[in-house]
Design a binder for this molecule. Structure first.
Ligand code: XLS
Ligand code: MG
Length: 347
């Protein structure tokens, strides 16, 4: 067991948000990306999670040369500020061509758009120095199941991943599962689905996963178990820590804010399996409350990171010898009380 992992943290610029929700306008002024990047180091973060249009805003209206030049400038700015691009994700849920999904759309032209955009995202990842692209398959699913042939859709996802692996021989592809929202039924709901896709691909070692706590909870699964499953298969590319109050809209609450013991479980899994020792980031994907005043609001990032570190301290003082004794005696009542009292600080 490692006691020494020095964790490094990441978040995406969208985590510093203007407070809009589906029922109302923004409640804070917008804050441009360059100004956001300047906040990373002071907040204790060095990794930047990026979408393709975070790297190059308005990329649909730029020439290839303009796009590459902008990406190179972002790379330089990161280098100057001591920042690292963790990944680039093609934003395949905003463009009109992806209204009914990209890789799994019934339209051949839309599918081609999705592939082309993904390959451009790989180019951008190369330029900004990210070793992976992330596929959060937002609209790859259906609003009604009769809308698509689900067998064909799954085959198309595999073809798309193989196309990306073929295009670049070293890039990693990290799939981020989520069971619903914005679709009703997503094709890639859990780590098991994504791992099956990875193993079916032409180079499974380069296909990994991002496990987001809230997404696992939305699938009624335990986030720590989803992470452990990936670790057992060396498939945990990254994590998006946050929290979620039951089965409702995706909330991206602060890490540990709903289920502290569940958050402890996630930290234990990461600690006990040396997550981070090969440079993997502890990624956050948290939204502040719409009601929070100020521009920009960053407390949710600072606080979630702090809760993670506090739980790391708890994990490091969790008495494993005692845990083992309880396990041997099969005294899970005793083990549960010890765990809760350890979290409460009384043991
Ligand atoms: C949504 C995802 C998304 C991906 C990149 O929850 O976290 O932001 O990480 O598209
Ligand atoms: Mg996420």
């Amino acid at each position: 067991m490692s006691k020494t992992t020095n964790y490094r943290f990441s978040f995406g610029p969208w985590n510093i948000s203007e407070g809009a929700d589906p029922f109302g306008p923004t409640t804070r002024e917008s804050f441009d990306h360059e100004a956001k990047y300047a906040l990373y180091r002071p907040l204790g973060f060095e990794g930047v999670q990026l979408h393709d249009d975070d790297v190059v805003p308005d990329l649909a209206n730029l020439t290839a040369a303009q796009t590459l030049a902008k990406a190179a400038a972002v790379r330089k700015a990161f280098d100057n500020q001591g920042l690292v691009a963790e990944f680039v994700a093609p934003r395949l849920w905003f463009a009109p061509q992806t209204a009914d999904g990209g890789y799994t759309s019934n339209s051949a032209a839309d599918r081609q758009y999705a592939i082309d955009r993904s390959l451009r995202a790989i180019d951008l990842a190369r330029i900004v120095g990210a070793k992976a692209i992330v596929l959060w398959l937002a609209r790859e699913g259906t609003y009604i199941r009769e809308a698509k042939n689900v067998v064909t859709a799954n085959q198309r996802l595999l073809e798309a991943v193989n196309r990306m692996l073929d295009y670049d021989k070293t890039i990693q592809i990290w799939i981020e599962p989520k069971p619903n929202e914005p679709t009703d039924l997503a094709f890639m709901p859990t780590a098991g689905h994504a791992a099956a896709l990875a193993y079916a691909s032409q180079d499974h070692r380069r296909v990994k996963l991002v496990i987001e706590s809230a997404h696992a909870i939305l699938a009624n699964l335990d986030p720590g178990d989803e992470m452990a499953f990936c670790l057992a298969h060396d498939k945990l590319g990254s994590i998006h820590l946050n929290d979620q109050n039951g089965l409702k809209y995706d909330q991206d609450k602060n890490f540990g804010s709903v289920n502290l013991r569940g958050a402890f479980t996630q930290v234990l899994v990461l600690e006990d399996n040396q997550y981070g020792s090969r440079g993997e980031f502890v990624g956050l994907d948290v939204k502040t409350m719409r009601t929070q005043q100020g521009v920009p609001v960053t407390e949710h990032l600072r606080n979630s990171r702090q809760v993670f570190l506090d739980l790391v301290a708890k994990a490091r003082t969790y008495d494993r010898r005692r845990v083992e004794e309880y396990r041997q005696a099969r005294d899970y009542e005793g083990l549960e009380l010890y765990t809760i009292q350890h979290l409460l600080g009384s043991r």
